[in-house]
Design a protein around this ligand. Structure first.
Ligand SMILES: *Cc1c(COP(=O)(O)O)cnc(C)c1O
Length: 503
């Protein structure tokens, strides 16, 4: 195996390659320092210049092929090639969610504190699944910080996850085990009999990850009850009660209700207290999916909607949404963490040394064993940098911008604002040319705005129709970006108008 000379002995370098770095991937310490510094320099410049670049650009087919058909060379390349590769091949083609004029989905830019923390956590490289290390304790601490912000009790434990989808999956698996264990049907013939009758409830506005999680734990589609939402896109407790009653009468086993705090389409918050009351009465688990809106209790204007949040059985929060923690950080919070352990603690002879019974390893509270410490450190760093007041101010900033955007849309001739909120999203329509299919028209506007690259928004189905959707979750977005978005949408829509006579 040949070593890159530049990895071993940079010009003018007095450091020697230590014996432990003789084999790749080891490099000379000076080379590592220089490359880390160059990467940090590049990242800082990239972030500061991002707003001047297009939000996104179409990926040329040759570029796509180059990445998809990448082949591993026989000999390794020098370390410096990593930064060149990112600069030339990766950074020019982002999703766009770092850019202040990106309004699609709920994808934030990365918080500076989170970026630094990710790098540092990689250097420490602890696994937050087993053994004894500071990052696993920090994960326990950050979970409790989130619980405090969300309004959950001090007893709350939980785990960080890759995102909201994984947190919802853990929640449903936990609810299922809790329900069956209490009935004495955790195994055997009782399991066979009862598992087939488990029935799950959520509003028709719930995120698709809920139905996906249900499929993963073995619930067939005909045991899922997407209950119709009310006129404001919230779960309707009366419709929920009726569905549960009908299923009980039919001999089924209602085991869990999922409420949504901040629905993806329109930002609605489901009623919490009536659902908890129904769950207590009928022996169901109440999981709240707050991937987007789980921290609403920290905001005085939203807090009344979160009354009773402390009584849910589990809560999903996605710090990579509202808090701008770099992507890959969700959380499942469980007021009684014993339920997580009942669902996920599995023992093995090769995994016993050093575990303290009073402090179970985090692998006993989730599916993963070897788990990254980047989530805990990036979340801790982002939260610490913000402080409690900063978390509230950040969410309030999004709410204010969304109000501004809604006001501008409502005042704009040719645009119609649809219901939305309280979470910061605006769904709207544009007056279409006569005869044009409205769904196709709005899909085309979104595509045109996206491909022009000055702003970026998406579409969503609201009450059965495809409309435009703009979501506020970028701390760098200003009212100028709102004006830009509106003018880009109007420009894209005008391309469909018949030309003026004489033009
Ligand atoms: C985004 C979202 C999810 C999924 O979270 P990921 O982090 O994308 O996996 C689930 N539920 C709701 C309400 C969401 O907004």
């Amino acid at each position: 195996m040949t070593r890159r000379l530049s990895d071993l002995a940079p010009a003018g370098c007095s450091d020697h390659l230590s014996p432990m770095d003789q084999l790749p991937p080891g490099v000379n310490p000076k080379v590592l320092r220089d490359e880390l510094a160059a990467a940090a320099e590049w990242a800082a410049r990239y972030l500061s210049e991002l707003a001047e670049e297009p939000v996104s650009r179409p990926m040329p087919a040759t570029q796509r092929d180059r990445l998809r058909d990448a082949r591993l060379g026989r000999e390794g390349v020098e370390l410096g090639r990593v930064l060149d590769f990112v600069r030339e091949e990766i950074a020019p083609f982002p999703t766009g969610n770092g850019h202040p004029a990106f309004f699609a989905w709920v994808n934030s830019p990365p918080a500076p504190a989170g970026i630094i923390a990710e790098l540092l956590a990689c250097a420490v490289n602890a696994t937050c699944g087993m053994g004894d290390n500071a990052l696993m304790d920090l994960e326990r601490g950050t979970v409790r910080m989130l619980a405090g912000l969300a309004g959950l009790p001090d007893t709350t434990g939980g785990v960080l996850t890759s995102g909201g989808s994984m947190a919802n999956l853990l929640a449903l698996a936990t609810a299922r085990t809790w329900f069956l264990t209490r009935r004495g049907s955790g195994d055997g013939a009782a399991y066979d009999r009862d598992h087939a009758r488990l029935t799950l409830y959520y509003s028709a506005q719930a995120h698709m990850s809920v139905a996906k999680a249900a499929a993963c734990i073995g619930l067939p589609a005909h045991r899922l009850r997407p209950v119709p939402a009310d006129a404001h896109d919230r779960l309707d407790p009366a419709a929920l009660r009726a569905a549960v009653t009908a299923d009980l009468d039919a001999g089924l086993l209602p085991f869990c209700v999922v409420t949504t705090l901040g629905t993806t389409a329109t930002g609605a918050v489901d009623p919490l207290e009536p659902v908890t009351a129904l769950c207590r009465r009928t022996g169901m688990w109440h999981h709240a999916d707050g991937a987007w809106g789980g921290l609403g209790a920290t905001v005085p204007a939203l807090a009344p909607l979160y009354r009773g949040v402390g009584a849910v059985d589990s809560l999903t929060v996605d710090p990579h949404k509202t808090l701008s923690v770099p992507v890959g950080c969700g959380a499942l919070l469980v007021p009684d963490p014993e339920h997580l352990h009942t669902a996920f603690a599995h023992r093995a002879s090769y995994l016993t040394a050093g575990e303290d019974d009073a402090l179970p390893w985090l692998s006993h509270a989730t599916i993963e064993l070897t788990r990254p410490g980047t989530r805990a450190l990036a979340l801790w760093a982002t939260l610490s940098h913000l402080g409690q007041a900063g978390v509230t101010a950040l969410i309030e900033h999004y709410l204010t911008l969304a109000d501004e955007l809604r006001r501008r849309i409502a005042a704009q001739p040719g645009m119609e604002l649809l219901a939305g909120g309280p979470w910061p999203v605006a769904c709207f329509r544009v007056t279409r040319p006569a005869g044009e299919d409205p769904d196709e028209f709005h899909a085309r506007i979104a595509r045109r705005v996206q491909s022009r690259g000055r702003a970026y928004l998406a579409t969503v189905a609201v009450h059965g129709r495809t409309v435009l959707r703009a979501c506020l979750c970028n701390y760098r977005t200003t009212t100028d970006d709102l004006d830009l978005l509106i003018s880009e949408v109007l420009h894209a829509a005008a391309l469909d108008e018949p030309p003026h006579p004489g033009r």
